[in-house]
Unconditional design. Structure first.
Length: 313
């Protein structure tokens, strides 16, 4: 008798539980239609799950390919970074399209409508964002600037740390990260010290006093460039006599290096040697000089009167 009561109670609770679960499921799967878009709570949850899995998969595949390519020493690190980034963007694009399909049951026509709406938004105020994203793809495909390159933007100089979808991170010698919009790297003048030929010429301007021995100055500047770290002997250092200044003779010392990212330190090392050799050889650094001619009007009149009297005699 007790067993029958327990069985009946369990059956009633099971039926009530199933009814509650069925009602909850019906609420979750109830579809709402907005134009061509059909959405429900369950589809939104599935879409979120798809996006989460997409992000995890894209990151894992990007790291996997990056590690695989890193084992091949002949592949440029910048190219390796570009391939890994493109793989990540590919998986992210495919995953977002699948999430839209699952969450909103959209087809290609609906996606075209969405992109049309986005283009209208871009025209009203998102053009800078679109320009940065387009410039990011230009940097990845054309590769005028690569990860690890030493670049100068205006007064800022540093190494390219990463090229993202909208911005590029540049790290200076002070370990300060500069966030640069990609459109600025594409549209403005940028000096890339690591592009193409690894050698670069470093120019050190020098001015000496106008009574200095030109040949001695030339030999001294060449001696200052000898045995300096990262300065090449082929091509050899050269000296140019630029011009006669107002109170100086202007020269320029030209040296070549295969470490262009160290051009600031190379200039500093050579300037130290120039200062030391100039003191040893008594070569003076110029400084502004002005001459003042003082005249006494009374003495000038007296001198003129004496000249006139002498002329009359």
């Amino acid at each position: 008798m007790l067993f029958l009561l327990i069985t009946n109670a369990a059956s009633i609770f099971w039926q009530d539980g199933m009814a509650v679960l069925t009602r909850i499921w019906s609420y979750l799967t109830q579809q709402f239609t907005f134009g061509r878009i059909t959405v429900s709570v369950s589809s939104l949850v599935i879409g979120v799950i798809v996006v989460t899995l997409t992000v995890i998969t894209a990151r894992a595949m990007s790291h996997f390919i990056d590690r695989r390519i890193a084992a091949r020493r002949h592949i440029d690190p910048g190219l390796r970074y570009t391939i890994a980034r493109l793989v990540r963007y590919f998986f992210m694009t495919v995953g977002c399209l699948l999430a839209l399909k699952q969450a909103f049951a959209v087809d290609l026509t609906s996606i075209a409508v969405i992109f049309t709406a986005l283009s209208v938004g871009i025209g009203f105020g998102l053009q800078y964002l679109a320009a940065d994203i387009a410039s990011g793809f230009i940097l990845l495909f054309e590769r005028p600037i690569r990860v690890g390159d030493r670049i100068t933007i205006g007064e800022d100089e540093g190494d390219v740390q990463s090229i993202n979808l909208r911005t590029t991170v540049v790290t200076t010698n002070d370990r300060i990260a500069i966030i640069v919009p990609n459109s600025k790297l594409v549209s403005q003048r940028v000096i890339n010290w690591s592009y193409g030929d690894p050698r670069a010429r470093v120019s050190i301007p020098v001015s000496v006093a106008d009574d200095s021995d030109i040949q001695l100055v030339t030999d001294t500047l060449r001696d200052a460039a000898k045995d300096v770290a990262d300065v090449l002997t082929d091509p050899p250092p050269s000296v140019q006599f630029l011009k006669f200044g107002d109170y100086s003779l202007d020269f320029r010392l030209l040296v070549w290096t295969n470490q262009p990212r160290r051009h600031v330190q190379i200039r500093s090392d050579i300037n130290y040697r120039i200062a030391h050799l100039f003191r040893e050889r008594n070569i003076r650094i110029p400084y502004p000089t002005q001459e003042f001619l003082l005249r006494n009007p009374e003495m000038q009149d007296r001198s003129e009167a004496e000249l006139v009297s002498r002329a009359i005699e």
